[in-house]
Design a protein. Sequence first.
Lengths: 281, 392
Amino acid sequence: MKFKGTDTYVATEDLMIAVNAAMTLERPLLIKGEPGTGKTVLAQEVANALGKQFIEWNIKSTTKAQQGLYEYDAVSRLRDSQLGDDKVHDISNYIRPGKMWEAFTADESPILLIDEIDKADIEFPNDLLQELDRMEFFVYETQQTIKAKHRPLVIITSNNEKELPDAFLRRCFFHYISFPDQETMEKIVDVHHPDAKQELVRDALKIFFDVRETPGLKKKPSTSELLDWLKLLMSEELPEDVLRSKDPSKLIPPLHGALLKNEQDVHLFERLAFLSRREQR
Amino acid sequence: MFTKFFFTLKDASIPVTLREYLTLIEALKAGCAEYSVDDFYYLSRATLVKDEKNLDKFDQVFGHCFNGIEFISDAAEVEIPEEWLKKLAELTLTDEEKAQVEAMGGWEKLMETLQERLKEQEKRHQGGNKWIGTAGKSPFGAYGYNPEGVRIGQKESRNRKAVKVWDKREYKNLDDSVELGTRNIKVAMKRLRQFAREGAAEELDLDDTIRSTARNAGFLDLKMRPERHNTVKVLILFDIGGSMDDHIKACEELFSAARSEFKHLEFYYFHNCVYEKLWKENSRRHTSFMPTWDVLHTYPADYKLIIVGDATMSPYEIAYAGGSVEHWNEEAGQVWMERMLNIYHKAVWLNPVPEKYWDYTPSVQMMKQLMTDRMYPLTIGGLENAMKELSR
């Protein structure tokens, strides 16, 4: 079974190869890329396309590797012991399985997404090395070994906030989702808004790439922002030629709020509009 | 199988290891690349490169190895078909031939055959510059006949596409040896953050918990305490004025944005070399300054010292009293530098001038010596090394 993108997700060829290689060799796949290029969505879509169970583990700055395996709730056991509850004699009552446990014991090989691994502590990836490699871990409290019935496909995303350790990287396949070119972008738009008018899409894309190329923008608009903007444009039913007007006084694209997310960028854009108006005079 | 490729990658300082190489072989065995060149390119990229800053280097090495292999192993073969092709091109040019072709079943037919032949060629010389990059277009184009038609199927050709992918070098701006751009500054800042923030927010204070629980007649009394945080204190000195003006904005942005990540971040300006005065506001440098001695006394030795400057000046400005271009300095810059370094053991010098020019400027050499080689270029890679040095 090979991943070839889905009805709602356009996968480039290099991405497909990376996913399929990770799947064939049962190694984790590390995905990096600009925000909004569909890193997190990828795992969901792979699961959808292959009809597999999807397990998501969102990492925060306080997440510990152990939480993905299991947690031993010693506090409630202690409390139960003081209250004289019978449950207290069986320690396994207080073992709470984590996401990796869940993935390992699934009946069919699932897709496990470890989202934004770079958010966690710097030692986090190192703590998961053995578990990801051998796909098994040992529960000390109950002296049992949890071994994956079927090795799950592990997809890991990172926003580059922290460097990942070399030993961890060596075990992964790596893919960098680069920003889509115009052609791919048209495909992506087509997948999300099949009913959009061709001209509207083309004009919008042109403006979008122009905006992205404006020097000095604090935050360049990303794919997901483009899709939002298009949705707005379509629901507003603007007159056909509004995107095409060369009138510099209208240099700011309509509904720009969806594309430009901070006021410095909007100001920068307005200033550019002003400059070009002055030049015209 | 691809040992040479592997070692060339290693020589290009891409961190590849045996394990990754074995993974690649394993993946090839499992049929992940299906023997097509661009599949192989994508697969080897996914296996061997683990950081986007190395993608550009990888593309270059791939292109290089790829062509190299073609030229060595198929050297003999390359010559003949080129002749053959040239001939063919000439053939297509002459009017008699054209007429003949028309007679033989039409232009289309010939082009079809030609296309098939060419595809064969391309398969044998996948990615070789000769065929696809240069000759792929040129033999016919150069002879001036129907350049469109003669590029024959290359648009669809997988090879051509793959060559294009790595020849485009679209990951160029992710390479860490290029100078800092807006994007790169962002990445570099993340490096600083990593060095500034470690550990999660809270942990259980076991000793205190046991003590309080015991005191509580056995009833549980949990005690938490904040985890120890890395309290990095940084003192930054910026060279300002003259040749540094181009760079200073980038540097300031870099460090002021990193400000929130440090417990203490102090910065001062100097001109060319550190002397007895430092100042905080460049416009009022002559009226409101801080004697360097006071700075040295104010900030204790656990501050990390970062000096940002191009160290480009006359050697006298470092070595002699009175060498400064701005004022009469009682003591040489060298003396002041040594004083600072004696207090701040963790110190680095960041130099926005590209490293390859350092050897040509004596003052850079001198400064580097004073810093005992702890001078780093202001690139992502340089910053990384500098931070490593500081956090050692």
